[in-house]
Design a protein around this ligand. Sequence first.
Ligand code: ADP
Ligand code: MG
Length: 238
Amino acid sequence: MAKLTIRNVIKRYGALEVLHGVSVAAQDGEFVVLVGPSGCGKSTLLRMIAGLESISDGEIEIGDRVVNDLEPNERDIAMVFQTYALYPHMTVRDNMAFSLKLARRSRQEIEQKVDDAAGILDLTALLDRYPRQLSGGQRQRVAMGRAIVRNPAVFLFDEPLSNLDAKLRVQMRTEIKTLHQRLGTTMVYVTHDQMEAMTMADRIVVMHGGGIEQVGPPLQIYDEPANSFVAGFIGSPS
Ligand code: ADP
Ligand code: MG
């Protein structure tokens, strides 16, 4: 069953059309990677799914609801950003609890969810620290913790690892995949890094110039690129 369906979605900024009618779906529990060069429209599409950008035309469905007119907090998604967007004046615990407090959940429920997420992400010993007292990898895990506590139907990641050094980036890929296996939640992951896409995706969506060039499992994209753009971008011999 599709958890996320994007139908003929168009994005215009004034007269400039940056997404030209994009259609793609993510199945329940699937890890889908949107990959493509800078400026091709990955973040715009992800932000439209999240409700942070309006939809000029077309339809986005999450679960079985059309979400075009819903606010971000009504969409059953959680987004993890490149810049972490942690609150510097709050502890790790409070960063993770914040959205649940806004949603007026009970104190017991908040404590339970934060403790569970901290356990999954190996953050239990760090709950009383402030973001400035954490390494880059730890901050990234807190950002994921903030998403996990909300138990969303779909996780959205926008280049979450691009601020990390190469070694940590490879390690965090594994951590995110482990998290995916553990939670079994649908995830949509944006990157411009072909290797990241190849190693993490159940299915890859190759974007270029505001459209989709090809959708398929990594090996299929690699072995049977649909056109010379995909072949060149993924780096397989054409
Ligand atoms: P990506 O994430 O793939 O690098 P983006 O989705 O950020 O690409 O951008 C896609 C295109 O939309 C780019 O050409 C970008 O310049 C344009 N764009 C993004 N945001 C705006 C905006 N607020 N106003 C006008 N153009 C924008
Ligand atoms: Mg982007």
